[in-house]
Design a protein around this ligand. Structure first.
Ligand code: UGA
Length: 435
């Protein structure tokens, strides 16, 4: 099926490449000429495991192409996917719909009869109605359907998430549009992916409700971790014990420095605003946001305690800067709050991250970037594991302890085994367990 994807950002590129991967003929359109020229030359504007290879293969097979001109690509498409950004508005935290509405306005005059407009960007409930109203005023055909089709892609494993989804959500009450969407996703539903067709508003809400629920789980286990530290229990055992109940589930129960990333914080803020606007405040979500914000300060206090009460004049080695492993994304990373607070208390910081240092350097003034984990650790008074990169779990801990001035290790991801760390000579502290 001929499909046009508007927006060559993270979601647009992954969606475009994967739709090509399941057999469709896809054009990804972006007004950023430099970005499109780069993509044509095989340069990815973002880091995502497997994406460059998939794009290369699909371009070579003639199923994926890139363009800056929207008109022709839209006129030929059976469906146009809007995959543009919806950042929070600085003024009030509401998701900014500027790019979505601009995209809708630009494609509308070129739509052929029967083309389905698919909103994949994460948009507040009711946006589909606004997009449809705008498209109807600008289009020449009356045969228009606007569908909500939220994405559930995790950075780092986005291609696998697309190809083997837990569910595909399609929000529309237009039967013909639902049939087009079912045909687009048939290669995935044939392999067992459930397709859930709902009304448009429910589909829009599903995205926010899912992300907020996952963030609630993380916030909950982080508070249980605090309690574990006080009563002398291991939060890993508690998480396993509750996670075996299928009503709870084992995932998203890893205690850590609090959730970050480009989605959870932004989407929770937007959902909170929607709730407040409708006179239905979502108190659990509001509380989770506040608890998660406070968590960064708790982590700073934990580090200061491990340093013996003060970090003034101490050299701290920070391993990991990105908001999670497997990405170079620094958006709402815990490091952006924790490191400046430590600096303010007089710490000198040397950091290493396997993928995120180029992104991180301008955001973390005064933080020295090291060539390797070992180089960051050399001569340090204290080390902090902030992101759960597998290469930190594989470190030669005995060598690491020897390289430091004093072998103190604060593991905010529970990445290491406390006994192994102690045997290597570390004074070791983690979250939600005795050590
Ligand atoms: C998240 C969702 O998981 C995706 O389903 C969704 O599509 C995406 O947002 C989005 O809205 O686009 P992502 O932001 O890539 O994906 O990251 P996650 O893997 O969900 O992690 C989010 C944060 O929670 C990270 O800071 C991570 O370190 C933290 N986390 C996650 C924990 O602290 N503990 C856990 O057990 C899991």
């Amino acid at each position: 099926m001929p499909i046009t994807v508007v927006g060559a950002g993270y979601v647009g590129l992954v969606t475009g490449a994967c739709l090509a991967g399941i057999g469709h003929r896809v054009t990804v359109v972006d007004r950023d000429e430099g970005r499109i020229a780069g993509l044509r030359a095989g340069r990815m504007p973002i880091y995502e495991e497997g994406l460059a290879e998939l794009v290369g293969d699909e371009v070579a097979m003639g199923r994926l192409s890139f363009a800056t001109a929207l008109a022709a690509a839209v006129a030929e498409a059976a469906a146009v996917f809007i995959c543009v950004g919806t950042p929070p508005r600085p003024s009030d935290g509401h998701a900014d719909m500027g790019q979505v509405m601009a995209a809708a306005g630009t494609i509308a005059p070129h739509l052929a009869a029967g083309t389905v407009v698919v909103v994949k960007s994460t948009v507040p409930v009711g946006t589909g109605d606004e997009v449809e109203a705008l498209v109807r005023t600008l289009t020449t055909t009356q045969d228009v359907a606007v569908v909500s089709n939220p994405e559930f892609l995790r950075e780092g494993v986005a291609i696998a998430d697309f190809m083997r989804p837990d569910r595909i959500v399609v929000g529309t009450d237009d039967g013909r549009a639902a049939a087009v969407m079912a045909a687009i996703y048939r290669p995935l539903t044939e392999r067992g992916a459930p397709l859930l067709v709902t009304d448009r508003r429910a589909a829009e809400l599903i995205k926010y409700a899912a992300n907020s629920f996952l963030a609630l789980k993380i916030t909950y286990i982080n508070e249980i971790a605090n309690l574990c530290e006080e009563i002398g229990a291991d939060v890993g055992d508690v998480a396993r014990g509750i996670g075996l109940d299928p009503r709870i589930g084992a995932q998203f129960l890893k205690a850590g420095p609090g959730f970050g990333g480009s989605c959870f914080p932004k989407d929770m803020l937007a959902l909170m605003k929607t709730g407040q606007d409708h006179g239905v405040p979502l108190r659990s979500v509001e509380t989770a946001v506040a608890v998660n914000d406070a968590r960064k300060g708790e982590m700073v206090r934990k580090i200061v305690r491990a340093a013996g009460g003060s970090v003034a004049g101490r050299r701290i080695a920070v391993l990991g800067l990105t908001f999670k492993a497997g990405t170079d994304d620094m958006r709402s990373a815990a490091s952006l709050v924790i490191l400046p607070q430590l600096q303010k208390q007089g710490a000198r910081i040397t950091a290493f991250d396997p993928a995120g240092m180029a992104e991180a350097a301008p955001l973390l003034p005064g933080v020295a970037m090291a060539e390797s984990a070992m180089a960051a650790l050399a001569g340090a008074d204290l080390a902090v594991v902030l992101t759960e990169w597998p290469e930190f779990a594989a470190l030669d801990l005995a060598a690491a302890a020897r390289a430091m001035r004093s072998p103190v290790l604060v593991d905010l991801r529970n990445l290491l085994d406390p006994e192994v760390a102690a045997r290597a000579g570390f004074h070791y502290r983690s979250v939600g367990r005795a050590a």
